[in-house]
Design a protein around this ligand. Structure first.
Ligand SMILES: [Zn+2]
Length: 361
Protein backbone atom coordinates (compact mmCIF):
# COMPACT_ATOMS: atom_id res chain seq x y z
CA UNK A 1 0.00 0.00 0.00
CA UNK A 2 1.26 3.50 -0.77
CA UNK A 3 1.68 5.73 2.23
CA UNK A 4 -1.33 7.80 3.22
CA UNK A 5 -1.89 10.64 0.80
CA UNK A 6 -3.50 14.00 1.32
CA UNK A 7 -7.02 14.04 -0.18
CA UNK A 8 -7.45 16.42 -3.09
CA UNK A 9 -10.39 18.03 -4.86
CA UNK A 10 -10.88 19.29 -8.40
CA UNK A 11 -13.93 21.11 -9.71
CA UNK A 12 -14.88 21.66 -13.30
CA UNK A 13 -16.33 20.35 -16.52
CA UNK A 14 -15.29 16.77 -17.10
CA UNK A 15 -14.49 15.59 -20.62
CA UNK A 16 -15.66 13.94 -22.72
CA UNK A 17 -19.13 13.92 -21.14
CA UNK A 18 -19.13 17.67 -20.38
CA UNK A 19 -20.60 17.11 -16.93
CA UNK A 20 -19.89 19.72 -14.27
CA UNK A 21 -18.36 17.69 -11.45
CA UNK A 22 -16.72 17.86 -8.09
CA UNK A 23 -14.03 15.20 -8.22
CA UNK A 24 -12.17 14.07 -5.14
CA UNK A 25 -8.96 12.12 -5.01
CA UNK A 26 -8.50 9.72 -2.16
CA UNK A 27 -5.59 7.28 -1.88
CA UNK A 28 -4.67 7.93 -5.48
CA UNK A 29 -8.12 7.20 -6.88
CA UNK A 30 -11.05 9.20 -8.19
CA UNK A 31 -14.24 9.44 -6.19
CA UNK A 32 -17.35 11.54 -6.63
CA UNK A 33 -18.27 11.21 -2.97
CA UNK A 34 -17.14 14.22 -0.95
CA UNK A 35 -13.96 13.71 1.03
CA UNK A 36 -13.65 15.84 4.16
CA UNK A 37 -10.60 18.00 4.44
CA UNK A 38 -9.59 17.74 0.78
CA UNK A 39 -7.52 20.53 -0.70
CA UNK A 40 -8.82 22.05 -3.93
CA UNK A 41 -5.96 21.88 -6.44
CA UNK A 42 -7.67 22.77 -9.68
CA UNK A 43 -10.71 24.28 -11.32
CA UNK A 44 -11.62 24.40 -14.99
CA UNK A 45 -11.83 21.60 -17.53
CA UNK A 46 -10.90 18.10 -16.39
CA UNK A 47 -9.45 15.67 -18.91
CA UNK A 48 -8.30 12.06 -18.41
CA UNK A 49 -4.50 11.98 -18.46
CA UNK A 50 -3.10 12.43 -21.96
CA UNK A 51 -1.81 9.44 -23.93
CA UNK A 52 1.07 9.35 -26.39
CA UNK A 53 -0.01 6.47 -28.60
CA UNK A 54 3.34 6.06 -30.32
CA UNK A 55 6.59 6.91 -28.64
CA UNK A 56 9.80 5.20 -27.60
CA UNK A 57 10.97 5.66 -24.03
CA UNK A 58 14.53 4.45 -23.75
CA UNK A 59 15.42 5.17 -27.36
CA UNK A 60 17.02 8.16 -29.05
CA UNK A 61 18.28 8.79 -32.57
CA UNK A 62 21.66 7.34 -31.57
CA UNK A 63 20.14 4.19 -30.05
CA UNK A 64 19.34 2.90 -26.58
CA UNK A 65 19.43 5.51 -23.82
CA UNK A 66 20.77 5.06 -20.30
CA UNK A 67 18.51 5.39 -17.28
CA UNK A 68 19.20 9.07 -16.73
CA UNK A 69 18.31 9.97 -20.33
CA UNK A 70 15.29 7.66 -20.26
CA UNK A 71 14.05 9.43 -17.13
CA UNK A 72 14.44 12.81 -18.84
CA UNK A 73 12.29 11.52 -21.73
CA UNK A 74 9.57 10.27 -19.40
CA UNK A 75 9.55 13.54 -17.45
CA UNK A 76 9.38 15.62 -20.64
CA UNK A 77 6.29 13.68 -21.72
CA UNK A 78 4.72 13.84 -18.29
CA UNK A 79 5.11 17.58 -18.00
CA UNK A 80 2.93 18.06 -21.09
CA UNK A 81 0.18 15.99 -19.47
CA UNK A 82 1.11 12.62 -21.01
CA UNK A 83 0.45 10.19 -18.16
CA UNK A 84 0.21 7.05 -20.28
CA UNK A 85 2.49 6.11 -23.15
CA UNK A 86 2.23 3.28 -25.63
CA UNK A 87 5.87 2.44 -26.21
CA UNK A 88 6.12 1.27 -29.80
CA UNK A 89 9.43 -0.51 -29.40
CA UNK A 90 12.45 -0.04 -27.18
CA UNK A 91 15.71 -2.00 -27.31
CA UNK A 92 16.28 -2.29 -23.56
CA UNK A 93 14.40 -3.28 -20.44
CA UNK A 94 12.47 -0.29 -19.09
CA UNK A 95 10.47 -2.15 -16.43
CA UNK A 96 12.12 -0.03 -13.75
CA UNK A 97 9.89 2.83 -14.93
CA UNK A 98 6.91 0.97 -13.49
CA UNK A 99 8.35 1.31 -9.98
CA UNK A 100 8.46 5.08 -10.24
CA UNK A 101 5.26 6.75 -9.06
CA UNK A 102 6.34 10.08 -10.51
CA UNK A 103 6.69 8.79 -14.07
CA UNK A 104 3.99 8.07 -16.66
CA UNK A 105 2.53 4.60 -17.03
CA UNK A 106 3.87 2.68 -20.01
CA UNK A 107 2.18 0.13 -22.28
CA UNK A 108 5.00 -1.68 -24.04
CA UNK A 109 5.27 -3.42 -27.38
CA UNK A 110 8.55 -5.16 -26.57
CA UNK A 111 11.30 -4.68 -29.12
CA UNK A 112 10.76 -3.87 -32.76
CA UNK A 113 10.88 -6.98 -34.91
CA UNK A 114 12.69 -6.58 -38.22
CA UNK A 115 14.97 -8.45 -40.62
CA UNK A 116 18.75 -8.29 -40.68
CA UNK A 117 19.91 -5.04 -42.33
CA UNK A 118 16.33 -3.90 -42.79
CA UNK A 119 15.97 -1.48 -39.91
CA UNK A 120 17.95 0.80 -37.62
CA UNK A 121 20.95 -1.13 -36.30
CA UNK A 122 20.86 -2.20 -32.69
CA UNK A 123 17.23 -1.32 -32.12
CA UNK A 124 15.30 -4.35 -33.34
CA UNK A 125 15.26 -8.09 -32.92
CA UNK A 126 16.26 -9.19 -36.41
CA UNK A 127 14.97 -12.49 -37.82
CA UNK A 128 14.25 -14.07 -41.18
CA UNK A 129 10.60 -14.61 -42.17
CA UNK A 130 10.25 -18.27 -41.05
CA UNK A 131 11.12 -17.19 -37.49
CA UNK A 132 8.70 -14.25 -37.42
CA UNK A 133 5.74 -15.93 -35.68
CA UNK A 134 7.89 -17.47 -32.93
CA UNK A 135 9.61 -14.12 -32.37
CA UNK A 136 6.24 -12.40 -32.16
CA UNK A 137 5.10 -14.94 -29.55
CA UNK A 138 8.27 -14.25 -27.57
CA UNK A 139 7.89 -10.45 -27.72
CA UNK A 140 4.18 -10.76 -26.83
CA UNK A 141 5.34 -12.29 -23.56
CA UNK A 142 7.70 -9.38 -22.87
CA UNK A 143 5.40 -6.47 -23.63
CA UNK A 144 2.15 -5.17 -22.19
CA UNK A 145 -0.30 -6.43 -24.76
CA UNK A 146 1.30 -5.14 -27.94
CA UNK A 147 3.82 -6.35 -30.51
CA UNK A 148 5.48 -4.13 -33.12
CA UNK A 149 6.68 -5.37 -36.49
CA UNK A 150 8.63 -3.25 -38.97
CA UNK A 151 6.60 -3.66 -42.16
CA UNK A 152 8.73 -1.87 -44.73
CA UNK A 153 12.14 -0.24 -44.94
CA UNK A 154 14.73 0.56 -47.54
CA UNK A 155 16.03 -2.51 -49.35
CA UNK A 156 19.49 -1.44 -50.48
CA UNK A 157 19.68 -4.17 -53.09
CA UNK A 158 16.40 -3.09 -54.66
CA UNK A 159 17.28 0.60 -54.15
CA UNK A 160 13.77 1.21 -52.89
CA UNK A 161 11.50 0.73 -49.93
CA UNK A 162 9.90 -2.70 -49.95
CA UNK A 163 7.93 -4.88 -47.52
CA UNK A 164 10.04 -7.01 -45.16
CA UNK A 165 7.76 -10.04 -44.96
CA UNK A 166 5.68 -12.33 -47.16
CA UNK A 167 1.94 -12.04 -46.38
CA UNK A 168 1.72 -15.66 -45.16
CA UNK A 169 4.35 -14.96 -42.50
CA UNK A 170 2.46 -11.84 -41.47
CA UNK A 171 -0.74 -13.84 -41.07
CA UNK A 172 1.06 -16.37 -38.87
CA UNK A 173 2.56 -13.51 -36.88
CA UNK A 174 -0.86 -11.95 -36.24
CA UNK A 175 -2.19 -15.35 -35.08
CA UNK A 176 0.81 -15.79 -32.79
CA UNK A 177 0.31 -12.35 -31.26
CA UNK A 178 -3.38 -12.88 -30.69
CA UNK A 179 -2.76 -16.34 -29.23
CA UNK A 180 -0.34 -14.67 -26.82
CA UNK A 181 -2.96 -12.13 -25.78
CA UNK A 182 -1.32 -9.25 -27.63
CA UNK A 183 -2.46 -6.94 -30.38
CA UNK A 184 -0.07 -6.31 -33.19
CA UNK A 185 0.91 -3.13 -34.95
CA UNK A 186 3.29 -2.32 -37.76
CA UNK A 187 5.53 0.44 -39.00
CA UNK A 188 4.55 1.01 -42.63
CA UNK A 189 5.41 3.89 -44.93
CA UNK A 190 4.57 2.53 -48.40
CA UNK A 191 1.34 1.36 -49.96
CA UNK A 192 2.23 -2.29 -50.48
CA UNK A 193 3.22 -3.04 -46.89
CA UNK A 194 0.09 -1.28 -45.67
CA UNK A 195 -2.15 -3.29 -48.01
CA UNK A 196 -0.51 -6.52 -46.89
CA UNK A 197 -0.78 -5.64 -43.20
CA UNK A 198 -4.50 -5.11 -43.65
CA UNK A 199 -4.78 -8.42 -45.50
CA UNK A 200 -2.91 -10.13 -42.68
CA UNK A 201 -5.24 -8.76 -40.02
CA UNK A 202 -3.08 -6.28 -38.11
CA UNK A 203 -4.87 -4.39 -35.35
CA UNK A 204 -3.15 -1.07 -35.82
CA UNK A 205 -1.04 0.82 -38.36
CA UNK A 206 1.80 3.22 -37.54
CA UNK A 207 2.54 6.12 -39.94
CA UNK A 208 0.40 4.69 -42.77
CA UNK A 209 1.56 7.21 -45.34
CA UNK A 210 0.78 4.73 -48.14
CA UNK A 211 -2.97 5.18 -47.74
CA UNK A 212 -4.96 5.71 -50.90
CA UNK A 213 -8.73 5.78 -51.41
CA UNK A 214 -9.05 2.02 -51.73
CA UNK A 215 -7.04 1.25 -48.59
CA UNK A 216 -8.78 4.03 -46.68
CA UNK A 217 -12.16 2.47 -47.42
CA UNK A 218 -10.87 -0.97 -46.44
CA UNK A 219 -9.27 0.29 -43.24
CA UNK A 220 -12.46 2.11 -42.24
CA UNK A 221 -14.61 -0.95 -42.89
CA UNK A 222 -12.24 -3.11 -40.81
CA UNK A 223 -11.94 -0.37 -38.15
CA UNK A 224 -8.18 -0.82 -38.05
CA UNK A 225 -6.61 1.96 -35.96
CA UNK A 226 -4.17 4.48 -37.42
CA UNK A 227 -1.46 6.43 -35.58
CA UNK A 228 -0.15 8.80 -38.26
CA UNK A 229 2.78 10.37 -36.32
CA UNK A 230 2.15 13.20 -38.76
CA UNK A 231 4.58 15.69 -37.27
CA UNK A 232 7.45 13.29 -37.88
CA UNK A 233 6.26 12.62 -41.44
CA UNK A 234 5.83 16.29 -42.32
CA UNK A 235 9.11 17.38 -40.73
CA UNK A 236 11.41 14.50 -41.54
CA UNK A 237 10.44 12.66 -44.74
CA UNK A 238 12.10 15.23 -47.04
CA UNK A 239 15.37 14.87 -45.11
CA UNK A 240 15.19 11.07 -45.31
CA UNK A 241 14.57 11.35 -49.05
CA UNK A 242 17.50 13.76 -49.48
CA UNK A 243 19.89 11.49 -47.61
CA UNK A 244 19.16 8.61 -49.97
CA UNK A 245 18.65 10.61 -53.16
CA UNK A 246 22.02 10.02 -54.77
CA UNK A 247 22.38 6.29 -54.18
CA UNK A 248 18.69 5.36 -54.10
CA UNK A 249 16.73 7.69 -56.38
CA UNK A 250 13.67 5.42 -56.50
CA UNK A 251 13.53 5.32 -52.72
CA UNK A 252 13.93 9.07 -52.47
CA UNK A 253 11.15 9.59 -55.00
CA UNK A 254 8.84 7.25 -53.08
CA UNK A 255 9.52 9.04 -49.78
CA UNK A 256 8.78 12.40 -51.41
CA UNK A 257 5.55 11.09 -52.91
CA UNK A 258 4.47 9.73 -49.53
CA UNK A 259 5.32 13.03 -47.87
CA UNK A 260 3.42 15.14 -50.37
CA UNK A 261 -0.22 15.23 -49.44
CA UNK A 262 0.17 13.13 -46.28
CA UNK A 263 -1.94 15.58 -44.23
CA UNK A 264 -4.68 15.45 -46.86
CA UNK A 265 -4.71 11.63 -46.83
CA UNK A 266 -5.01 11.60 -43.03
CA UNK A 267 -7.94 14.00 -43.27
CA UNK A 268 -9.57 11.71 -45.84
CA UNK A 269 -9.05 8.74 -43.52
CA UNK A 270 -10.71 10.67 -40.70
CA UNK A 271 -13.69 11.53 -42.90
CA UNK A 272 -13.98 7.89 -43.96
CA UNK A 273 -14.18 6.81 -40.32
CA UNK A 274 -10.74 5.29 -39.75
CA UNK A 275 -10.08 5.53 -35.99
CA UNK A 276 -7.11 7.87 -35.61
CA UNK A 277 -4.96 8.29 -32.50
CA UNK A 278 -2.22 10.71 -31.51
CA UNK A 279 1.38 9.57 -31.31
CA UNK A 280 4.50 11.71 -31.45
CA UNK A 281 7.05 9.05 -32.43
CA UNK A 282 9.30 10.64 -29.81
CA UNK A 283 12.48 8.71 -29.27
CA UNK A 284 13.83 8.80 -32.80
CA UNK A 285 14.47 12.22 -34.27
CA UNK A 286 11.45 13.73 -32.52
CA UNK A 287 12.04 14.80 -28.92
CA UNK A 288 9.74 13.75 -26.08
CA UNK A 289 7.16 16.24 -24.87
CA UNK A 290 5.61 17.14 -28.24
CA UNK A 291 2.10 15.76 -27.88
CA UNK A 292 0.55 19.19 -28.41
CA UNK A 293 2.61 19.69 -31.58
CA UNK A 294 1.27 16.40 -32.94
CA UNK A 295 -2.27 17.42 -32.03
CA UNK A 296 -1.68 20.76 -33.76
CA UNK A 297 -0.38 19.01 -36.88
CA UNK A 298 -3.42 16.74 -37.05
CA UNK A 299 -5.73 19.68 -36.43
CA UNK A 300 -4.08 21.68 -39.18
CA UNK A 301 -4.59 18.71 -41.49
CA UNK A 302 -8.31 19.10 -40.93
CA UNK A 303 -9.21 16.92 -37.95
CA UNK A 304 -11.43 18.64 -35.36
CA UNK A 305 -9.59 19.48 -32.14
CA UNK A 306 -12.24 17.67 -30.07
CA UNK A 307 -11.55 14.46 -32.02
CA UNK A 308 -7.80 14.96 -31.83
CA UNK A 309 -7.85 15.52 -28.06
CA UNK A 310 -9.96 12.39 -27.64
CA UNK A 311 -7.35 10.51 -29.64
CA UNK A 312 -4.75 11.65 -27.12
CA UNK A 313 -6.95 11.02 -24.07
CA UNK A 314 -10.30 9.30 -23.58
CA UNK A 315 -10.51 7.50 -26.95
CA UNK A 316 -6.91 6.35 -26.65
CA UNK A 317 -7.51 5.08 -23.11
CA UNK A 318 -10.57 3.18 -24.20
CA UNK A 319 -8.67 1.67 -27.13
CA UNK A 320 -5.83 0.57 -24.84
CA UNK A 321 -8.28 -0.78 -22.27
CA UNK A 322 -7.10 1.74 -19.68
CA UNK A 323 -9.34 3.66 -17.26
CA UNK A 324 -10.62 7.20 -17.59
CA UNK A 325 -12.22 9.17 -14.77
CA UNK A 326 -14.97 6.88 -13.48
CA UNK A 327 -15.54 6.28 -9.78
CA UNK A 328 -12.56 4.36 -8.41
CA UNK A 329 -10.27 4.91 -11.41
CA UNK A 330 -6.66 5.89 -10.74
CA UNK A 331 -6.42 9.67 -10.46
CA UNK A 332 -4.45 10.49 -13.60
CA UNK A 333 -5.84 13.73 -14.94
CA UNK A 334 -5.07 17.09 -16.43
CA UNK A 335 -6.88 20.36 -15.68
CA UNK A 336 -7.12 23.28 -18.09
CA UNK A 337 -8.47 26.72 -17.24
CA UNK A 338 -10.61 26.85 -20.40
CA UNK A 339 -12.14 24.36 -22.82
CA UNK A 340 -9.07 22.66 -24.37
CA UNK A 341 -11.13 21.58 -27.40
CA UNK A 342 -11.32 25.17 -28.55
CA UNK A 343 -7.76 26.38 -28.47
CA UNK A 344 -4.33 24.83 -28.95
CA UNK A 345 -2.84 27.47 -26.66
CA UNK A 346 -5.05 26.18 -23.84
CA UNK A 347 -3.97 22.61 -24.58
CA UNK A 348 -0.35 23.62 -24.37
CA UNK A 349 -0.79 25.12 -20.91
CA UNK A 350 -2.41 22.71 -18.45
CA UNK A 351 -2.92 24.39 -15.08
CA UNK A 352 -2.69 21.17 -13.09
CA UNK A 353 -1.36 17.68 -13.74
CA UNK A 354 -2.22 14.91 -11.29
CA UNK A 355 -0.59 11.50 -11.61
CA UNK A 356 -1.50 8.59 -9.33
CA UNK A 357 -3.29 11.06 -7.08
CA UNK A 358 -0.33 13.37 -6.65
CA UNK A 359 0.04 16.89 -7.98
CA UNK A 360 3.09 16.88 -10.17
CA UNK A 361 2.76 20.38 -11.54
ZN1 LIG B 1 8.31 4.94 -33.85
Amino acid sequence: MPREMEPLHVRGVRLPDEQPVDLWIRDGHVTYEPVLGATTVGTGWIVPGLVDMHCHIGLASRGETDRAATEVQALASRDTGVLLARDCGAPGDTRWLDEREDLPRVVRAGRHIARPKRYIRGVSVDVEPPALAATVADQAGRGDGWVKIVGDWIDRDAGDMTPLWPVEELRAAVSAAHAGGARVTTHVFGRQALAEALQAGFDCIEHGTGLDDELTTLMASMQVALVPTLLNVVDNFPGIADSGAEKFPAYAAQMRALWAGAPERIATAYQAGVPIYVGTDAGGVIAHGRIVDEMATLHRAGLPLDYVLGGASWRAREYLGRPGLAEGDPADLVVFDADPRLDLATLAAPTRIVLRGRVIS
